[in-house]
Structures are given as C-alpha cells and as structure tokens.
Ligand binder design. Structure first.
Ligand SMILES: Cc1cc2nc3c(=O)[nH]c(=O)nc-3n(C[C@H](O)[C@H](O)[C@H](O)COP(=O)(O)OP(=O)(O)OC[C@H]3O[C@@H](n4cnc5c(N)ncnc54)[C@H](O)[C@@H]3O)c2cc1C
Length: 393
C-alpha cells in the first residue's frame, strides 16, 4: 500500500469512528453508564467498520495506523462515551504488543490476519492479587508441557475480559523464574474458563466492565509472545497505554469544555453585545485544553518518528523516553478532571444535574479513573528515582 492509499484508509477509519461516536456511542452512553454494561452496540459497529484492526501492520493485511492516527481515533470516540473509548484504547494496546513483538512468529502473523478478518477484541490481564498494581511483576507462571502451556491467574481487574475474544496475560516465564521475569501470553476465549471474583460497581468507566477474574487456561506454546515482557512493556505497552489514554482523557475534557462553550454562547445570545462573565473561565480552560492536546499529539509524533528509525526500539528502552511517558500520563490524568471541573463551574447547576443536556456527572466520574489506572503515585515514585540520575540535555 502506498502512502496515499494508507492515508485514505486512515481517513475512512477516522470518519467511521466519528460517525459511530455520534450515532451509536453518544445515544447509548447514559445507559451504558447507568447499567454498568459493556457498550456492545458501539463495539459491534466498530467491528463492522473494520476499526478494530487499525494497528495491524500492512504486511499482515491491516491498515498499519501510526500512534498519532490511533490516538485520534480513541479521542474521537471517548468524547461520546469514555468507556467505549477506553475499551478501544485497551484493545489497540494489546494489538500493538503482538504486532510489534510477534511479527517474526508464524502463529502471530496468522493471528493478525485472523484479527483483520474477524475483528477480534483483545483484553488485558496485568493486575494480579498479590502484586499491588505493579504491572512489572507477576505471581502466576506459565507452565510449559511439551508444545502446550497451562496458565492460571487471579486478576484483580480485567476490563471486558468476559466479552473479549482473547486476553493477553502477563505471568512469570516459568515456575522457577523471579517475579519480574515476565512474558505475555495470548489466551483464547475458547481455551479458558473465567470465574468472576469481584464486582465492578464503580464511580466511572462503568462500561469497561472490569471486575476481578480467576482465569484457568491452556494453549499452544506458540501463543507466548516472543521476547521478555520487560522489553515489550517499555517499547510498546507503556507508550501505547500512556499516549492513547492521554488522547482519550483529552476527549472527555474536550467534550465537557464544548458543553461549557455551548452554554456560554447561549448566554451571550440572550444579551447581544455583552460577554458573559463566565466566558473568562472558558478562555482559561481553552488554554489548558490546547496544551493537553498538543502534549499527546507531540509525543505520538515523537514515538512514530523514533519508531521509524532502525535503532528506535533501543531509544524506547531509555530513561529519557520513560520519563516523558510518565510525565504525559500523570499530566493528562490530572488535567482531565480539572478541565471537567472548570466546565462544571462555567455551566453551574445544569451541569450538576443528571437529567440536563449540560450534565457533566459521567464525564467527571470517568475522568477520575485516569490517576488510578496505574497509580500516579506509583509512577511519580519511578520518575523521582530517574530524576536523581538523569541530567538535562
Ligand atoms: C477503568 C479501569 C480499567 C482497568 N482495566 C484493567 C485491565 O483491563 N487489566 C488489568 O490488569 N488492570 C486493569 N485496571 C487496573 C489498574 O490499571 C491498576 O493496576 C489498578 O487500578 C491498581 O490498583 P491499586 O490502586 O489498588 O494499586 P496500587 O498501584 O498498589 O496503588 C494503591 C495506592 O498505593 C499508593 N502507592 C502505590 N505505589 C506507590 C509508590 N511507589 N509510592 C507512593 N505511593 C504508592 C498510591 O497512593 C495508590 O493510590 C484498570 C483500572 C481502571 C481504573
């Protein structure tokens, strides 16, 4: 596929995602939130439009969308329904992990073609009872028996695991491996049993359906993603998570500020020739919203530029890049609820009401999840350590 056709394919995917956001995700968002149910109609519409295969490289029949393009798709959806945007972002993170680390494996090559054809939805199980939110350590281990494996895990949180076609599970490389010596294993729905162990009655992101699960699974050893997860995490899982999440948190904030802008304009129309007092707050919020957008866009572009270089993967393992990712994640997850709060102050009581067209309850609750999805304190502690040794360039 030449550059023009690739860009046309992306334009079609983005335009499909925007229509689905408007026509399917937005009208169902309140019900998804109220019932804490999986946004089935939105994900099915995305599957029909081929949006789930966006990160699959051209070599395996996919559109090969860049980080910038994937982030634009996630942000387009999350303004309408943040849970749908988060499901899509988490799915893209998993597809990126197998596309980037399984490209040399015949099994994963064929799985990616299957994903393009059948639009499989992939979930993730990194959290585990006993690891306290540290994604870089596991209690469970994959046990190889000839060309088969057995893998059992007690996960504290597993978004849409019950609805996905496959789950990427972190675990120790073997029963005698240390907790940080991890691999990533693709577990197919047909080869596992999932027992729900906790509930998912949360403040926000209710449609991600993320209770705890006990997983019992088996499969072919080919389903173990080649290479250590330490590399996969730094080179793929962390950058895809933090950039795509930042774009979708911006999508939530952007929709809230758009509501506030609509409210202020309506006020202005009531008294032509005057600027309502809350327009000053809107001007201030617009500065912060723009800064937030440019941060994720710039880092998405930087990732695409680094990744295109022959030695790029090495740079993604380095401390300067890790610090940028940490800063983006912490900054965006703190900025999003603050911007929704500003929108609430601008609109006032109509934003506080649940049954008003200006209601911001769902935006607020959804945005609060950002700082907990890998705890900001945990990330700040890692950044603090890096800043002790990293010198400014
Ligand atoms: C919407 C949503 C969807 C999710 N989906 C998934 C999923 O699909 N799969 C999955 O595996 N997980 C998922 N998670 C889990 C998530 O990513 C985290 O692993 C989990 O929320 C961490 O839980 P915790 O806050 O109890 O853990 P911890 O990270 O242990 O944090 C607990 C508290 O301890 C403190 N703390 C921890 N470490 C430090 C430190 N070093 N310095 C200072 N203070 C510290 C912080 O104050 C923190 O708030 C999801 C979470 C959310 C909110």
């Amino acid at each position: 596929m030449d550059m023009n056709s690739r860009s046309q394919v992306f334009d079609d995917i983005l335009s499909a995602a925007r229509s689905i956001a408007k026509e399917v995700a937005a009208p169902n968002a309140a019900d998804v939130d109220a019932q804490a149910r999986f946004p089935r109609e939105t994900i099915d519409a995305l599957k029909r439009a081929g949006v789930l295969a966006a990160p699959v490289p051209v070599a395996f029949g996919g559109p090969g969308c860049t980080m910038r393009q994937l982030a634009q798709i996630c942000s387009a959806l999350s303004g309408a329904c943040a849970s749908s945007g988060m499901v899509l972002a988490m799915h893209y993170i998993q597809v990126a992990c197998i596309a980037r680390h399984g490209a040399e494996s015949e099994f994963f090559q064929s799985y990616m073609r299957e994903l393009v054809r059948d639009q499989h939805l992939l979930a993730s199980m990194t959290s585990e009872v006993g690891t306290f939110g540290d994604t870089r350590s596991s209690v469970c281990a994959v046990e190889r028996q000839g060309d088969r494996f057995v893998l059992n895990k007690d996960a504290t949180t597993g978004s849409y695991c019950a609805e996905a076609e496959a789950i990427l599970v972190t675990c120790r490389r073997a029963a005698d491996a240390p907790k940080s010596d991890q691999v990533l294993v693709l577990v197919r729905k047909a080869d596992c049993t999932l027992v729900q162990t906790t509930t998912w009655d949360t403040l926000g992101m209710r449609g991600t359906r993320s209770p705890g699960f006990r997983l019992e699974s088996s499969g072919s050893v080919e389903q173990i993603v080649p290479g250590p997860f330490a590399e996969g995490s730094s080179q793929s899982m962390v950058p895809y998570s933090h950039i795509l999440w930042a774009s979708l948190w911006w999508g939530i904030a952007s929709d809230a500020i758009a509501k506030a802008a609509g409210f202020v304009r309506a006020e202005a129309r009531k008294n032509p020739g005057t600027v309502p007092p809350n327009a000053i707050r809107l001007a201030d919020a617009s500065v912060r919203l723009q800064a937030m957008r440019h941060n994720w866009l710039a880092l998405a572009d930087e990732f695409d530029e680094i990744d295109a270089r022959a030695d790029g993967r090495q740079e993604l393992l380095g401390m300067p890049w890790a610090l940028k990712m940490n800063n983006l994640k912490v900054g965006a997850s703190e900025a999003a609820p603050q911007l929704v709060h500003s929108a609430l102050q601008i609109i006032g009581i109509l934003a506080y009401k649940n049954d008003s067209p200006f209601s911001l309850g769902r935006h607020y609750r959804d945005a609060l999840s950002g700082s907990l999805m890998v705890s900001n304190d945990r990330i700040a502690a890692k950044s603090a350590g890096m800043l002790m040794v990293l010198k400014d360039d």
